[in-house]
Design a protein around this ligand. Structure first.
Ligand SMILES: [Zn+2]
Length: 275
């Protein structure tokens, strides 16, 4: 990526309707640069719509990414559930490729009470097969594992970065709000830059040149994330956050998942430009 783009997780509230097409048009009108397609309740988009989406996104100069279904658990103990999870990742990756997105994002797994190291190996084995199958199909989409917000969810910063380092085709989606909610920390300039240095150390400078970031206002308890808020109703230190991104010349996509979506995406973009 040449620069850092700001956009929304899903169709902006102020779009003329709830369609992806209207979402892309609205992102362009708002002066934002990207939008994440939300397949969180399942992939329902057909081939024809996906091709139209791809064409409009190019025309409007809006970069797209895609969020896979929440019903994914690569550590499911039931073989049927595991198979369904893998299937949902393939569905997302295939439609995302038709939409012209470079990456898909999902929450990889739950610990299910098992030791994290064991879950790591299970998730790793599944991901290796998934990437290899996608490449066989000629699908080049990056698989982005999200840093998750709840302590029951696999996806600490280290787990995500280590899998990204170990498997070609896997990359991180760093959700700064999740990590803040999960740890109760990581809300200052020094802590934000600590994360960025960790990314660079484990994955190299090119990872900072092609980052995928989620951010929102967030409410949390000792168990981590409870719900998303607007930035100004939360304790998230977005001013220092954008300053850290600017100082480290981070490039890629910042997807805003605040309740108000586009308002906070614009707030972040303005704060970044002013930083
Ligand atoms: Zn997510």
């Amino acid at each position: 990526m040449e620069r850092l783009l700001f956009g929304t997780g899903g169709v902006p509230h102020s779009a003329r309707d709830r369609s992806t097409m209207a979402g892309i048009e609205r992102i362009a009108q708002l002066g934002l640069g990207c939008m994440e397609l939300e397949f969180v309740q399942g992939v329902k988009m057909g081939r024809e719509t996906a091709l139209e989406v791809a064409e409009l996104a190019v025309k409007k100069n809006v970069v797209l990414s895609a969020h896979g279904p929440y019903a994914i658990n690569l550590n499911a103990d039931n073989p049927e559930k595991l198979k369904a999870s893998v299937g949902r990742i393939f569905q997302t990756a295939r439609v995302a490729a038709l939409c012209g997105t470079q990456s898909i994002v999902f929450h990889p797994a739950y610990y299910m009470g098992q030791p994290p190291a064991q879950v790591y190996n299970q998730v790793k084995a599944q991901l290796q097969q998934i990437v290899s199958q996608l490449r066989t199909e000629g699908n080049k989409v990056s698989i982005r594992l999200e840093v998750t917000g709840k302590v029951t969810q696999f996806g600490t910063l280290d787990e995500v970065l280590d899998l990204s380092a170990e498997i070609e085709g896997i990359a991180p989606c760093i959700d700064f709000a999740h990590w803040h909610a999960r740890t109760g920390k990581y809300n200052s300039y020094d802590e934000f830059t600590h994360i960025l240095r960790q990314v660079e150390r484990k994955l190299g400078r090119q990872a900072l040149d092609n980052m995928h970031i989620h951010v929102s206002g967030i409410a949390y308890t000792v168990h981590g994330e409870s719900n998303h808020l607007d930035l100004q109703d939360s304790d998230f230190n977005y001013v220092d956050f954008v300053r850290a991104l600017k100082d480290y010349k981070v490039k890629g996509l910042v997807i805003c998942e605040s309740k108000n979506l586009e308002d906070d995406a614009q707030l972040l973009q303005q704060s970044y430009r002013a930083a």
